[in-house]
Write a protein that binds this ligand. Structure first.
Ligand SMILES: [Zn+2]
Length: 278
């Protein structure tokens, strides 16, 4: 992407240093452990595999924190750019956009949806309207998922912001109700929700491209990342088998094609993954 470091976003919440060293850290870890035991995971997560191995704010040393600063600035740029795009889009539709906050954490952190852990991958919590990410996920995206590049990271962030857009539109709530009344369709509905967030990421990419922010190869990086976090790819890597019925996010092909649909259309109305609504 073409961008210049412009400081931190006002909607960024940095919890990476929390819990690093000292007695306060130990106490914080204990409290979060208790919270984790009470709430358990049970949140919608993206791209991660819940192992349950890490609880509490692990924290980040000041030196490691400084080393991550360029990534923090890039995340801030994408967050602000995507949110101003959605702000304009909501404005055109005659409604108003409420920004989400993006929480950076390391290891684990308390969220409105219970205990958040790095192993879950990035996720959005509708109850506190925040996006949570451990920046180490971007290293995993490169090494473990084989999806390098700044636009791969931008896609991940834009997908999570897409979940916030769904929340503002009430889509997630309608999906949750439909899942409760028809448990047999719960996974299918989850896939449609995820594919719509991919499409919304593409809608933002369309706007960024129009404003000259994309470089050649960016869309390929985005498509690579969307495919890499497809259920079939993840299942194949973790279990060696693919079970379509258990998909919750969509196949690599579906995810890439809905991202592309959003990118080509540039209009959120093109992202009707529910075929007429839910
Ligand atoms: Zn998602």
């Amino acid at each position: 992407m073409k961008w210049t470091p412009g400081g931190r976003s006002p909607n960024l919440e940095d919890r990476r240093g929390r819990g690093f060293g000292g007695p306060i850290g130990i106490g914080g870890g204990l409290i979060t452990l208790i919270l984790a035991l009470i709430f358990g995971p049970g949140i919608v997560t993206d791209g991660g595999e819940t192992t349950g191995s890490s609880y509490g704010d692990v924290g980040l040393s000041p030196a490691d924190s400084a080393a991550e600063e360029p990534m923090v600035q890039f995340v801030s740029f994408v967050l602000d750019d995507a949110q101003s795009t959605w702000d304009a889009s909501f404005d055109r539709a005659g409604s108003s956009y409420e920004p989400t906050r993006l929480v950076l954490f390391r290891g684990g952190t308390g969220t409105g949806c219970g205990m958040g852990q790095s192993a879950m991958g990035p996720f959005y919590c509708p109850l506190d309207q925040r996006v949570y990410i451990d920046l180490d996920f971007f290293n995993e995206l490169d090494r473990r998922f084989g999806a390098p590049g700044d636009f791969a990271q931008a896609y991940v962030l834009a997908h999570e912001i897409g979940h916030h857009v769904q929340h503002l539109l009430g889509v997630d709530e309608r999906v949750r109700r439909a899942q409760q009344s028809n448990p047999g369709a719960a996974n299918e509905l989850s896939v449609r929700l995820e594919l719509q967030a991919d499409c919304y990421a593409g809608v933002w990419a369309h706007s960024a491209n129009q404003r000259g922010k994309l470089e050649s190869g960016d869309i390929q990086e985005g498509l690579g990342a969307a495919s890499a976090v497809g259920d079939d790819r993840i299942q194949e890597r973790t279990t060696g088998r693919v079970s379509v019925d258990s998909f919750t996010h969509g196949s690599a092909q579906q995810r890439a094609s809905w991202f592309m649909r959003g990118f080509e259309n540039g209009n959120p109305d093109a992202c009707d993954t529910f075929g007429g609504g839910v």
